[in-house]
Each structure stands twice: as C-alpha cells, then as structure tokens.
Design a binder for this molecule. Sequence first.
Ligand SMILES: NC(=O)c1ccc[n+]([C@@H]2O[C@H](COP(=O)([O-])OP(=O)(O)OC[C@H]3O[C@@H](n4cnc5c(N)ncnc54)[C@H](O)[C@@H]3O)[C@@H](O)[C@H]2O)c1
Length: 696
Amino acid sequence: MSQAHYTVDGEVAVITLDNPPVNGLGHALRSGIVDGLDKAQADTNIKAIVLIGSPKAYSGGADIREFNTAKATAEPMLRTVIRALDDCVKPVVAAIGGVAMGGGLELALGCHYRVAAPGAQIALPEVNLGILPGAGGTQRLPRVLGVEAALNMIVSGKPVPSEQFKGTALLDELVEGDLLAGALAFARKVVADKLPLKRIRDMKLEYPNAEAFFQFSRNTVAAVAKNLPAPLKCVDAVAAAVSKSFEDGLAFERECFLYLVGTPESKALRHAFFGERTASKIADVPDDTPKRKVEQVAIIGAGTMGSGIAMNFLSAGIPVTLLEMKQEALDKGLATLRKNYEGQLKKGKLTQDKLDMLMTLLKPTLSYDDLKDADLIIEAVFEDIGVKEQVFKKLDEVAKPGAILASNTSTLDLNKIAGFTKRPQDVIGLHFFSPANVMKLLEVVRGAATGKDVLATVMQVAKKIKKTAVVSGVCDGFIGNRMIEQYSRQAMFLLDEGASPQQVDAALEKFGFAMGPFRMSDLAGNDIGWAIRKRRYVEQPNVLYSKVADKLCELGRFGQKTGAGWYRYEPGGRDALPDPVVDELIVNYRKEIGITPRQISSDEIVERCVYALVNEGARILEEGIAQRASDIDMVYLTGYGFPLHRGGPMLYADIVGLYNVVRAAEKFAANPHGDAAFWQPAPLLAKLAAEGKTFN
Ligand SMILES: NC(=O)c1ccc[n+]([C@@H]2O[C@H](COP(=O)([O-])OP(=O)(O)OC[C@H]3O[C@@H](n4cnc5c(N)ncnc54)[C@H](O)[C@@H]3O)[C@@H](O)[C@H]2O)c1
C-alpha cells in the first residue's frame, strides 16, 4: 500500500505522507511521493501541489527500520525524490508540522515553497550520527538561511522552532490554525499571483571574506569536536556551497558523506544510537507485556545513592517516600538532595517554583507504615547481606501485593535477596550508578524468578526517568563491574611490570577514556576496591591480584577524600599530582615480588586494559548475563566513560578485528606477570575470530 496518499482539492493536489510514527522516508514513502508528483504533473487540472505529513511529523528523516536493508538504497533514493521535486513544473508547497528533521528537512528544501505550523522542530541532526546531511542539506540550507545560521544548525544538529525562521527564505509563511487549510490557501495564492517556481538550487550564495570565516569556524569546531571527524566535514561542505556551483557542491557533499559513513567514529555513533533503542528490548518479554502501574515510589536509605535515586523520580514528577532509620541520617540525605537541586537552580536549569514543587513530592519518613501505598520500593541501604535481609523481610510484611521490590546492590546475590521474601517474582535489581541523579546507566538485574511484567514495567519506568536501562543476569558485579575488575587488575599488573600510574592513565585518556583507572579510583575511593579484594582473597583464592593497591590503602591513601591516593591532592584541589611516595611504594613492591621493571608502551597499556574488558565481555555474553554485545557497549558508554567515538569495548574489538584481539590475548597469556589463565581467549571470542565474525 502506498504510504503517500494522493487527493485533490480543486486545482491543488495534496500528497499526504503516511508512514507512522514519524514519516520516516522509507522506500514505499519515497516511491509514493514520486508517483504523486507524476500524477499531479500529468493532470492538466492541477495547478499546484501540497506535500504534507501528520500533525506530529512532516518527516523525521530516514526510516531507521530500513537501515542496513536493500530498501534503504533502492531507487527512488531521497536524492532522486528531491530532484523530482526540484524539477517539478508545478509549484510544490511543503506544509511542515511537528518535525522536519534530517532527510525530512532536505525534502522540504527540495520544494519550491514552505509553510509551517508554529512550534515545528526543524533540524539537520546527522552530525550526531557522525555523518552530514547527504541529500543537499549542506548546499540548500545556507542558500535560505545564510552561511552562519546554516553552519550552526548543521554542526550542532540542534532543532530550531519554526517561528525563528520567520523572514528567512526557509519559511514563506507561518500558519496559525489548520495547517492543511493554510497550505492550500498559500498554494492557491501562488497560482493566482503566478508566482515563479522558487528553486533553492538557483539561489545565489555570496559571502564576503568566506575563507577567513571558514578558517575561524574550523578552528572553533576542531576544538570542540575532539575525536570526531564529522563536524569539520560539515564546515567543508558548507564552504563548498559558497565556493562551488550547486551541482559541484552537491557532488562534494556526497563525497564527504560517503567518507564519513565509512569512518569508525560514525560506525560508533550509529552503534550507540541503535544500541540505546535495542537495549530496551528483552527477547522473551514482548512489547505488549502488561505493565504494573508505578505512581508512587519509596526509597529506603537516604545515603549517597538513595538521595540521588530519589531525585530521578521527583524530577519526573513521581512522588517519593524516603525512609531512613534515624532522623539524623534522614536530615543529611534531604540536605544533600536539596543542595543538588539548588546547584541546578544556580545554573539556571531549574526555577525556584519548580524546586518548591519538586520538594512537595517528597515525603521523608522513619516509619515503614508510610510505604504501604508504594508501587515501587527501591532499597539503597548498606551493602551488607544481613542488613538487606532485615529490610526485605520487613518489606515483605508491609508492601502492598503487586508492589515491585528493587535492590540497588552492586555486589550481592539478587536471588538470595529475593529469597528473603515470599514474593521473589516481584523482586528485581535496579543498579544505579553514582551520582545517581546524573549517570545515564541503569543496570536492571533480572533474578531467576523476576516476573516478566516486573521487567517490562521497570524498563518503561527507566525511560520515564531518562535512564539507559540494560538488562543483566545475576552474577558477581553484573555486566559493568565484573568487566571493570579485569580492567583494573591489568592496570595494577602494569604497575608491577614497570609502568607508573600517570603513564597508564595518560595512555587510556589518550585512547579517549574520560579518566584513566588510577585517577578514577582516587575519585571513587580506593577503599571500595580494597574491600572487594579482601572478600575475593577468601572467596576466590585462585584469582591473581597485584597487592600494590593494598599497600597503598594500608597507608590510608583512599584517594581524593583523604587528600592522597595514587596521586596527591592539594587541600581542596582535585588536580591529580604525581607523588614520589607512590613511586617509591611501587618500586619497593616490585623488589618484593622480584620483578625487574621494563619499558611498557602506550599501545600495550591500552590493549591489555581494553582487551581485558573484551575478553570478560565475551564470557558475559556467552553465559547469557548480557543479552547482546551492544548492551555491553551501552553499559560502558553510559556508565564507565568509555569513549563514545569508539562505540564501546565490543564494537571496538569488532573494528580492530577479533582475530587481532585473540592474537594479542595469546601474546599476553605468555607474559608470566599478566595472568595467563585470564588471557585464554573466551570460547566465544575464539570461535567468532576463527569464523571471521564479529560480536555485533
Ligand atoms: N556508592 C556507590 O557508588 C554505589 C553505586 C551503585 C550501587 N551502590 C549500592 O547502593 C547501596 C547504598 O550505597 P550508598 O553508597 O548509598 O551507601 P551509604 O552508606 O551512603 O547510604 C546507606 C544509607 O542507608 C541507611 N540505612 C542503612 N540501613 C538501613 C535500614 N535498615 N533502613 C533504612 N536505612 C538504612 C544508612 O543510614 C545510610 O544513610 C549499596 O547496596 C551499594 O552497594 C552504591
């Protein structure tokens, strides 16, 4: 069935785009538009054409459901459709409501006239996917908006409301009221006044001092774009709109587009874009699984995590009851929460009225009686199985039937926690990351008995509180922390073998991590890892650890909070300063374990730390703890500062080539100090590498 409906209103033909939800420009829709244009041109009674979408969307651009299918590149391609519009001998009026984004805006720019509803969001967001508009956007937008405004939109990818285009050649009329009626009236006026066909391609684009301006833009953009090539290519393409003829400019745009599509950075950004959407899908939990209502939330524990978690729900307009054991702890939690909101107020991200409103949604309490109406209860008390047992037994008594009982535990066995209740089907892990009001990642831990409706419900709730939710099975550390442990283990071994903390941090920061492992550990607190290791020494005595970090902790160097860790910190300062005390500690430890230090290259540092993530990630995937490789990547991109332009550890491994990862692992396995057992390639990694396949 055609997705572009053709109707006639007097002497105007109306082509209505109909490919919900956003009129993605899939093959059927593209074909339908061309058919409609042909029909209108063949009918001598038709004098003008209106191209309109739904009130929600004129068009959101390419149909992402067709990505990587033959349909995406089947003719008529978008460029062909736009050429057909451009060449049409009868005036075509685009009627823009809702959104005109990416290819959707390029489609509108192919029309001879444009009218829009107020508030319609207009954008060329391709840069966010590491590409640039590939259907004339970089050549036409400057012709209607001028070079500077167009460049801003193309480089930032940000939407601009239609009102702001008043008085520019992008918008001929803002239509208050019914958009179709307004567009029809406008089309009739074009016919009656015999207005010429306004083809953007024929508009002259002049810009005095263009070279100086573009050089300045390149410098500014390069400073912000860091590792991403697309923003600079956007500048080049807009510059070509000034320096070249329209056709040559189009050809140059195409060249840049094809180049960018092939870059690893664009692959990474597209992977993250799709990975985010895919992560919300659970193989055996269909989209139509009934959800429970979540209108009231309760949180137990108002410490670091509890107060941050509460903010997520309050900010989403969901009332929260916050429970503590003692008034003092409750007051402290409330003070932290208020301070965080006041910080937002100072930055202008929140108004005083809104803050006051949010605080009315919060009900502090010391009594479990106040939890009886809660639909979702999240426990964030001390990480101690005895304390969790007490809390969950109590919850089993007071929570209403059907309430979802969640734990924010980082390391404890969720199935054991569920077993403290008589309703394990209602128990789930919601592993927020610190600071919980800021970090995007939410690991949703699926227990052996967790109900499908509980899972479906929390995935929906996660969207409401704007988190990227990734499902993890139950295991020590879940996806993220289980992998990071291998990464930090390698980082420590590197110290034993000859590297310094600054060298390891610098190599990984150059790779693109927001912070290297030692600066990170100083920030999070070295005592956290110490506590975990002490447990491991008892529970898993066979796992090898460098003891260098224990020596550091024995000196009370827990990181920023104690003024010293792997680095030293000036009072009140956050700058990590190298410390000879640490160098000496490392030298002494090497002597103690009999290692003669060697020079270690940045490449080895990056490979050992990143491939450690990959090898453990492969095990996690094989065990079914993660549903798919892209879920692991989402965990790392949104929770662990893995460089976005690398697309996550698993995609990075795919791009490097799994064969090369396996070879490196085998080389590391031959190193007597790097844990040979760990470096045996995970069976899944070995298998995929042998078959020439990838994780993603
Ligand atoms: N801090 C992190 O980075 C982080 C990250 C993810 C998950 N977690 C997990 O979140 C949980 C809480 O960690 P945190 O860092 O917020 O700890 P925290 O010590 O800052 O806060 C715990 C709070 O719980 C309260 N509490 C303890 N027992 C209680 C009880 N029986 N009833 C009511 N309140 C009680 C304490 O008074 C304290 O205010 C732990 O399970 C931890 O593993 C922590």
